[in-house]
Design a protein around this ligand. Structure first.
Ligand code: AHG
Ligand code: MN
Ligand code: MN
Length: 334
């Protein structure tokens, strides 16, 4: 019988072999995984639980919140506040940071999350997920929003959990990308893929085509060349996918390659893009790079961007290296 490696065992071994996961970080990742299990259960209840539909409230981004956005946010906070591993948390669904209450010990890590990614897909039974990023709190007493404003290269762990036909947790601690599938009978995440690699080339792109008229010239050029297929300069036919849950689109790319674009567009010219740097683009970019892919905002590597605010937005191009490099080159040439 082949031995199944649980997430717990994987993390213990990572800690032992490389010593680069301190005990506190291991605990943190276990707690996040446990929270994802609870969110997965809530997602699975669907119309049988009180989890569908709108919460009739708005978040700091001016977006209507779904009930599940709020449930997932609460689950992550409750799971993480008492363990002593965190100093504070930040979330898409909270305007300011959430400092660990002083009735609990304070740890040295900062956790950022998009509790429920792909909210528009909740009510239509399409894959959604949770995205998270872990930073170390800078030295010094107390904790402030400023402490969170670190470039993506400073992440010490990042991942997501996708709630789809299977619930899969995908993780990096800077030593490649590993995938864990939730075994519902056992209630634990089991390692199902290690050393995930993204092919350098692809014939699949992901972008919301309905925004085409709002795009900038380099994005139009890139997509237009893909659409020309064998008759165009790329001399091959491309396929297109758009799930509208970043987790699900990124999961496909980690599984079989592809390129994902959510570029700046003219709809809201003052915003650099739709996706949020610190809890969407940064963790996803690190996972993609760890799997051999690339991630840029069209001009520079996403992980090098110095954030200036918690809910900062960013233009995103990520996935198979050669495609990301090409689309980035078109931006730099323009
Ligand atoms: P969220 O549900 O956390 O607000 O994120 C949704 C994001 C992302 O998951 C997805 O790629 C994108 O929005 C879809 O946007 P469109 O509906 O504009 O296609
Ligand atoms: Mn999101
Ligand atoms: Mn969200």
């Amino acid at each position: 019988m082949s031995t199944k490696i649980s997430l717990t065992r994987y993390l213990v071994e990572q800690q032992r072999i490389d010593g680069h996961i301190p005990a506190q970080l291991r605990l943190l990742l276990e707690v996040v995984a446990r929270a994802c299990k609870r969110i997965s259960q809530a997602v699975n209840k669907g119309a049988l639980g009180d989890v569908m539909g709108s919460a009739e409230t708005e978040n700091v981004q001016g977006e209507m919140q779904k009930k599940l956005d709020i449930i997932a946010n609460e689950v992550l906070i409750e799971a993480n506040e008492w363990g002593g591993h965190l100093a504070a948390m930040a979330s898409e669904e909270m305007e300011g940071i959430y400092v660990v209450p002083n009735r609990y010990p304070q740890g040295e890590y900062l956790l950022l999350f998009d509790p429920l990614d792909g909210s528009s897909n909740i009510d239509v039974n399409v894959s959604i997920g949770t995205i998270f990023s872990v930073l170390r709190k800078p030295e010094g007493t107390g904790v402030s929003e400023q402490d969170f404003l670190q470039a993506g290269i400073k992440q010490v762990a990042a991942g997501y959990c996708v709630y789809g036909p299977q619930t899969t947790l995908v993780l990096t601690v800077g030593d490649g990308v590993a995938m864990f599938t939730l075994d519902r009978e056992q209630g634990s995440f089991i390692l199902t893929e290690e050393n995930v690699r993204i092919p350098d080339d692809t014939k699949e792109f992901a972008i919301n085509m309905s925004n085409m008229r709002h795009w900038d010239a380099p994005v139009k050029r890139y997509v237009d060349e893909c659409l020309q297929g064998t008759e165009g300069p790329r001399a091959k036919d491309f396929n297109m996918r758009w799930i509208a849950s970043m987790v699900a689109d990124v999961h496909r790319i980690l599984s079989r390659g592809g390129v994902f674009l959510y570029p700046w567009d003219k709809r809201e010219p003052e915003k650099p893009g739709k996706l949020r740097l610190m809890y969407e683009a940064n963790p996803m970019s690190w996972l993609i790079e760890q799997a051999g892919g690339a991630a840029t905002n069209g001009k520079q590597r996403i992980l090098d961007i110095q954030p200036s605010k918690l809910h900062e937005r960013v233009s995103v191009i990520l996935g198979s290296k050669n495609e990301v490099e090409r689309a980035t080159r078109y931006h730099n040439e323009a």
